[in-house]
Write a protein that binds this ligand. Structure first.
Ligand code: HEC
Ligand code: HEC
Ligand code: HEC
Ligand code: HEC
Ligand code: HEC
Ligand code: HEC
Ligand code: HEC
Length: 328
């Protein structure tokens, strides 16, 4: 009886130890580090920017009407409202509004001709800059120029239409949670592709229902939560971290085994960063997780070895039991 209790104890001890291990694995993953980083951030131009946020930060604003000689309250159009917290989490959080916009915007009413001012493009600041070489801005630009959206430039399309100047932040490069990155990136496309009025600012095409157009895809909801639009709609380009050449609908990925196979295209797109980073850190665990994300691709070497070890353990355990039973 005592012996049995001891074995039970050993089993529980082993089980708790492994649970603790996996909990520690989660706790020490990048998530908590990233959270700590953003909490500390103090924007250098917070005060300057309040000159703009006092009107552009919420749905109501106030100004002194010179001809009436008193304060007037009015509504701000929703399209002109920016979210402070999103701005201060974005890539350009260290900017003053007037780094990109004319300093004349401090005055209200804004001078009409300001509207006509040309806007800076990504490449104007990032082009040929060593500090940003890892992003390959020039090659992204080339890819974009061959994408189906480029012809809409005359109607006002630009990099800014997908990279909101006041909220865009890199995601997949620092991916800690696949679903969050997928949701973030897909929202970029759905901003137009599920919002008819934005879509029609740029084209004469009739409204199209994205869900209907993808009815051929089983478990659509689950797929849209696990893969990004760009996985199927861009041409893979190994020279740049995120492919930017969006192709016509005829050229989109439709075959299941482009993803559901061992050499899944996802390894060169969605999992590109995680796969590389984690291999570099030498976490075998990371590799197992990465490759097993893609269901159907699971002839995973490490998993196979692991299950063999478990199997051997079970056989040995049974053997020991039988041995002691017989001995008694
Ligand atoms: C007193 C309120 C108020 C303040 C302060 C204010 N704005 Fe505005 N802004 C508005 C309103 C209202 C509009 C929309 C009407 C218009 O275009 O004049 C607007 C429009 C804009 C536009 C869009 C113009 C376009 O092309 O349609 C930009 C850009 C802008 N503001 C930038 C700024 C910046 C940058 C600051 C701070 C330096 C700022 N604003 C301060 C009220 C304000
Ligand atoms: C990195 C450059 C950059 C910074 C920093 C920036 N803006 Fe903008 N902003 C732009 C661009 C580019 C556009 C035009 C976007 C487009 O064409 O889609 C724009 C558009 C706007 C508009 C028009 C509405 C819209 O969203 O299209 C307003 C209002 C505005 N900015 C206010 C601000 C305020 C207030 C700040 C500071 C908190 C700020 N901007 C900081 C680049 C910037
Ligand atoms: C007015 C110049 C300017 C424009 C226009 C501009 N950027 Fe930037 N961007 C910068 C600077 C400067 C930084 C570095 C900011 C910092 O270190 O705080 C930066 C940072 C970034 C980063 C983060 C880099 C990092 O390593 O943290 C990304 C990504 C980025 N920009 C993308 C874009 C994209 C995409 C566009 C166009 C849609 C764009 N930028 C337009 C000047 C600009
Ligand atoms: C049709 C939408 C779309 C357009 C247009 C677009 N991008 Fe992107 N871009 C994306 C998406 C989606 C991502 C992935 C964002 C993420 O998860 O970090 C991205 C990522 C990026 C990144 C970060 C890549 C990395 O290595 O982390 C840069 C830099 C960038 N784009 C630059 C540009 C430039 C420059 C242009 C214009 C020449 C442009 N983009 C036009 C959708 C677009
Ligand atoms: C699994 C691959 C896959 C994913 C993920 C995917 N698409 Fe598609 N998409 C396709 C294919 C294939 C077609 C062509 C369908 C056809 O012609 O029957 C298509 C068609 C389209 C069309 C053209 C519709 C038309 O008939 O004009 C648009 C726009 C589109 N997709 C946008 C998106 C957006 C936005 C997302 C992300 C929310 C997305 N797609 C996600 C594969 C995909
Ligand atoms: C600013 C709005 C906007 C954004 C953001 C946007 N699109 Fe589009 N897209 C359009 C418009 C408008 C068209 C129709 C072009 C035309 O007139 O042929 C289009 C067309 C398409 C088509 C259909 C091509 C065909 O063969 O008919 C696909 C696929 C597509 N977009 C995918 C995407 C993906 C993927 C993203 C995100 C990475 C995205 N779009 C982001 C506006 C947008
Ligand atoms: C762009 C890549 C891609 C394409 C193309 C693709 N899938 Fe998937 N599929 C995935 C990913 C990623 C998952 C989610 C795996 C996970 O969460 O473990 C998934 C999940 C599934 C699931 C499980 C759904 C669930 O609810 O868990 C089924 C079934 C499936 N796919 C079937 C298909 C079929 C059939 C096709 C072809 C018509 C297809 N897939 C095309 C990437 C893709």
């Amino acid at each position: 009886m005592k012996f049995l209790k001891f074995r039970l104890f050993l089993f529980i001890a082993f089980y708790s130890f492994s649970t603790l291990l996996s909990a520690a694995n989660v706790m020490f993953s990048n998530d908590s580090i990233v959270a700590a980083d953003t909490a500390k951030f103090i924007p250098p131009y917070a005060e300057d920017n309040e000159r703009c946020f006092k009107c552009h930060g919420q749905s109501k604003y106030e100004y002194t009407n010179e001809s009436l000689g008193r304060q007037v309250k009015a509504m701000m159009f929703s399209e002109r409202i920016l979210k402070r917290d999103e701005f201060y989490k974005s890539n350009h959080k260290n900017f003053s509004c007037t780094d990109c916009h004319s300093a004349e915007y401090v005055n209200f009413p804004h001078v009409g001709t300001l509207r006509m001012e040309p806007k800076l493009n990504c490449i104007d600041c990032h082009g040929g800059d060593e500090n940003f070489a890892q992003y390959h801005f020039e090659e992204i630009e080339e890819d974009y120029k061959q994408s189906i959206h480029f012809k809409l430039e005359e109607e006002g399309f630009s990099c800014w239409k997908c990279h909101d100047p006041h909220s865009y932040k890199i995601s997949v490069r620092n991916m800690t949670n696949t679903k969050e990155t997928v949701a973030y990136d897909n929202a970029i496309c759905l901003n137009c592709h599920s919002d008819f009025s934005r879509f029609q600012l740029l084209t004469e095409k009739a409204e199209l229902n994205i869900l209907e157009k993808h009815e051929w895809l089983p478990n659509q909801k689950s797929h849209f939560a696990s893969v990004r639009c760009i996985e199927c709609h861009t041409k893979i380009n190994n020279n740049i971290p995120v492919a930017h050449q969006i192709r016509t609908k005829e050229e989109a990925v439709k075959r299941c085994n482009e993803c559901h196979s061992q050499n899944s295209i996802l390894m060169a797109s969605l999992y590109k960063f995680s796969a590389r980073e984690e291999r570099r850190d030498g976490f075998v665990n990371g590799i197992i997780l990465n490759e097993s994300y893609v269901i159907g691709a699971n002839r995973n070497k490490y998993l196979n070895i692991f299950s063999l070890i478990i199997f051997a353990g079970v056989v040995a355990g049974v053997g020991v039991h039988v041995f002691f039973r017989l001995k008694k």
